[in-house]
Design a protein around this ligand. Structure first.
Ligand SMILES: Cc1cc2nc3c(=O)[nH]c(=O)nc-3n(C[C@H](O)[C@H](O)[C@H](O)COP(=O)(O)O)c2cc1C
Length: 217
């Protein structure tokens, strides 16, 4: 899927310093077909609308057999995440396609390497939010979002969702949930984000940046 709806201002792949007035939010996601990447860019817009800095990062794919190591830098899109990104961020948005009602293996694989960060409390007290995309309306968005929260709770993160005071949560006919942002991509994965899905993803980004600023030490 094309990166068509991205405005240059909404994509910030470079890192920047974190300050209490401009909290830096790590938006870490896996996306094979581009739907989760679209949500990531809307969340980045929301972060920046709230005066935060968005750092977009992705994870490499995994394979059931050993293959040539992936390039350290993707040819296009967000760079691969480094452990340092977790230490430097003040908040985290975590995104994955739904795979059988759960997060995709590449993201889980990365999370499973975070033993040292868990032990040292790298993420303790930092706000976090989750987002996903499915092919189908009832294909497991909420189970994916809720299960993505579990490792974040183990890391001591402070989870936030989307309140029903966001009017789009009452009107959406596709994605968008109180548990996090989401998109229904359709059976061919070609459906663009609806206005409600975009609005809710941006609202989540704003809320994440606002909460991060309020909780900043
Ligand atoms: C192995 C596999 C399992 C999937 N499981 C589900 C599922 O449980 N429910 C669903 O609605 N879609 C499922 N999908 C479809 C993806 O969630 C959907 O295509 C998503 O929009 C892909 O996001 P992406 O474009 O960011 O990669 C699955 C796709 C694959 C490849």
């Amino acid at each position: 899927m094309a990166y068509a709806d991205a405005s240059a201002a909404s994509i910030r792949y470079a890192s920047a310093m974190t300050t209490s007035s401009a909290p830096e939010i790590l938006i870490l996601y896996y996306s094979r077909g581009g739907s989760v990447a679209q949500l990531a860019r809307q969340i980045a817009r929301g972060v920046e609308e709230a005066g935060g800095l968005a750092r977009l990062r992705t994870v490499p794919p995994v394979a059931p057999v050993t293959q040539t190591a992936a390039s350290p830098v993707p040819e296009e899109g967000a760079p691969f995440v480094a452990k340092q990104d977790l230490a430097e961020c003040a908040g985290l948005a975590l995104g994955s396609p739904t795979r059988f009602g759960n997060m995709a293996a590449p993201l889980k694989h990365f999370i499973d390497t975070l033993g040292a960060e868990w032990a040292s409390g790298t993420l303790v007290g930092k706000p976090a939010a989750v987002f996903t995309s499915t092919s189908t309306q009832h294909g497991g968005q909420e189970s994916t979002l809720l299960s993505m929260m579990i490792p974040l709770l183990h890391h001591g993160m402070v989870l936030i969702g989307i309140p029903f005071t966001e009017s789009a949560l009452n009107t959406t006919q596709t994605g968008g949930t109180p548990y996090g942002a989401s998109h229904v991509a359709g059976s061919d994965d070609q459906r663009p984000l609806s206005d409600d899905e975009k609005s809710l993803a941006r609202a989540l980004g704003r809320r994440l940046a606002d909460t991060t600023r309020k909780l900043a030490p």
